[in-house]
Write a protein that binds this ligand. Structure first.
Ligand code: SF4
Length: 402
């Protein structure tokens, strides 16, 4: 039942929770997760959050004490809180939304495996996570025990991969594969390592953000064992806000780096959380300090109840445009849209290239730094001149004046 506590009662409840949790022990963090209506003991909830918690059917509500400790108990606009606590928006579904906008199920030849790109597959290893992020695009599967992947399901997926020699790259995601027991994760990595044509494994995990203590010495030893000449293991995580870049997260990343796993970040653009230029720039500066390279900035998917998180497409373009020139290229994510209907990912960017003027064989560009137009030449004898959008005489003259 939802309770309505005073701020001092909320702070007291937090203190009790934090002190009974063995802070750096991932098992204790998971055992002491705050679920569903229990959230009302740890936040001064707004009416909208109360509705969100009471009417949530899409995805379980749960957070580790660690991630909860990063949130503000009294400010409903706290970015961490927004990713933990559902609001009334989450209970409103629109016709344009779909539980499976990327049609991963249609593209699934065997349970738990999506084969969209010829040489890559997505393996859904498990349905559980340390924190259930309110913006999760895989809410139809995540947190539902009906979606549990049994050993036999994973064996069928491995058989499919073995029988398709074009598959070189396996993304292991879920849920969160680092929420599997160590021996199950080890078995998955061993199986992949033993398939000769699989060269790359990408672990998609949010544990460095939500439960960094899960990056244990044992997990790192397992990853190191299978990260060898047969298989290159990468890790993609999801930091969305500078508040998540803590000392504990940095240490977890360092443990992964020490076993030869490079870590990339796939942020999600979220309204009211990180949809402004300075927040995104600060996030990516902090990530670089943690040795995490920027990878993607996702335009959020059209999943049921997502209206509270979606931003106009232009916001992502503007933000990445702003970042160019203010941080090294390693810190600038590709703004991507994973096309509804199973069209795959495309990158969307600012238009730095303005076109080609055949008469002088010159290309025109807009500089991210000077904001002026700069020119460069196409090689003499190029057979690609028809490839470029042509600049008219009139436009050319105007560009030369600026
Ligand atoms: S950790 Fe990933 S899969 Fe799990 S709820 Fe968050 S976004 Fe979804």
């Amino acid at each position: 039942m939802l309770v309505q506590n005073s701020l001092s009662e909320v702070l007291q409840a937090r203190e009790e929770l934090f002190s009974k949790t063995k802070w750096t022990d991932p098992t204790s963090q998971l055992q002491n997760r705050v679920k569903g209506e229990e959230l009302s003991r740890y936040f001064l909830l707004t009416d909208s959050e109360r509705i969100g918690i009471e009417e949530t059917i899409r995805l379980l509500v749960s957070t580790t004490p660690y991630y909860l400790s990063l949130s503000d108990p009294s400010d409903p606009n706290c970015p961490i809180r927004r990713m933990i606590v559902p609001t009334a928006d989450e209970a409103v579904f629109s016709l344009e939304e779909s539980p499976d906008p990327l049609e991963e199920e249609r593209l699934s030849p065997v349970r738990g495996l999506t084969h969209m790109y010829p040489n890559r597959v997505l393996l859904f290893s498990n349905h559980s996570c340390s924190v259930y992020c309110r913006h999760c695009m895989r809410g139809r599967k995540v947190s539902s025990s009906d979606e549990r992947m049994e050993k036999s399901d994973l064996e069928s997926a491995f058989d499919y991969i073995k029988n398709h020699p074009q598959i070189e790259d396996v993304v292991v995601s879920g849920g969160d594969p680092l929420n599997l027991a160590d021996n199950r994760l080890e078995w998955i990595l061993k199986e992949l390592n033993e398939i000769p044509h699989v060269k790359i494994c990408r672990l998609g995990t949010r544990n460095p953000v939500t439960l960094p203590f899960r990056i244990t010495e044992n997990i790192c030893n397992i990853i190191e064992k299978y990260n060898d000449d047969n298989l290159s293991i990468f890790c993609n995580t999801q930091f969305n806000h500078p508040k998540e870049c803590t000392k504990e997260a940095k240490e977890a990343i360092l443990r992964l780096l020490k076993v030869g796993v490079s870590v990339g970040n796939q942020a999600v653009l979220l309204k009211g959380i990180n949809d402004d230029e300075e927040t995104m720039l600060t996030l990516h500066k902090k990530l670089l300090e943690m040795r995490v390279r920027a990878y993607y900035l996702y335009d959020p998917e059209l999943i049921p109840g997502s209206r509270g998180f979606r931003t106009p497409l232009a916001r992502g373009i503007e933000i990445v445009e702003y970042m160019r020139g203010k941080i090294g290229g390693m810190g600038i994510p590709h703004f991507v849209n994973d096309l509804p209907g199973g069209g795959g990912k495309i990158t969307i960017g600012a238009n730095w290239y303005l076109g080609y003027f055949p008469k002088t064989r010159q290309h025109a560009f807009r500089s991210a730094v000077t904001k002026k137009i700069h020119f460069s030449f196409e090689p003499i004898g190029s057979d690609k001149e028809s490839y470029y959008p042509t600049i008219s005489e009139e436009e050319w003259e105007r560009m030369k004046q600026t």
